[in-house]
Design a protein around this ligand. Structure first.
Ligand code: 4NP
Length: 159
């Protein structure tokens, strides 16, 4: 208990997961964090991102994703990493950007408790992979993430 009598709560930890951890999940992480800061919820929610694949480990976010996000005032940071078994312990929720990633995570979950932490964004919306397409794909990713992360925050913080 704190001096004010309120129980001190750990933040909810949310990991966004895509394939490469250079386009969609770093965008989701940055958008969710920006929304949380704007809503004064950044003490209650902590965000990170990872990829199921190993191709881009150590790489910064894709320049096309960075440019599209920067145009909306959002900075993409961090270096790509691959999701690990420890992530199923460290995080309360693992949010897959599409159903293929969802299945990979479900298959990698060490037990039923870990498996229960894996889900899609609200409404089971998928975020299409923009990697092999044009700039419009990156705009679509941001549009989708802005809408769905807003819903996610509302869901996570409702009492
Ligand atoms: P992301 O995009 O999963 O949104 O980071 C991709 C990045 C790289 C690859 C696929 C998707 N790749 O095949 O290398």
């Amino acid at each position: 208990m704190s001096a004010s009598g309120e129980a001190w709560r750990e933040p909810q930890r949310i990991l966004f997961v895509c394939l490469g951890n250079i386009c969609r999940s770093p965008s989701a992480e940055a958008i969710a964090r920006a929304l949380a800061v704007r809503q004064g919820l950044d003490h209650a929610l902590a965000f990170d991102s990872a990829g199921t694949g190993s191709w881009h480990i150590g790489d910064p976010p894709d320049p096309r994703a960075r440019e599209a996000a920067a145009a909306r005032g959002i900075e993409l940071t961090g270096r790509a990493r691959q999701v690990s078994a420890a992530d199923f312990e460290r995080f309360d929720l693992l949010i897959a950007m599409d159903r293929a990633v969802l299945r990979t995570l479900q298959g990698a979950a060490p037990d039923a408790e870990a498996r229960a932490k894996v889900r899609l964004l609200p409404g089971e919306h998928e975020v299409p992979d923009p990697y092999y397409g044009g700039p419009e794909g990156f705009e679509r990713v941001l549009d989708l993430l802005e809408a769905r992360c807003s819903e996610l925050l509302a869901e996570l913080t409702e009492r």
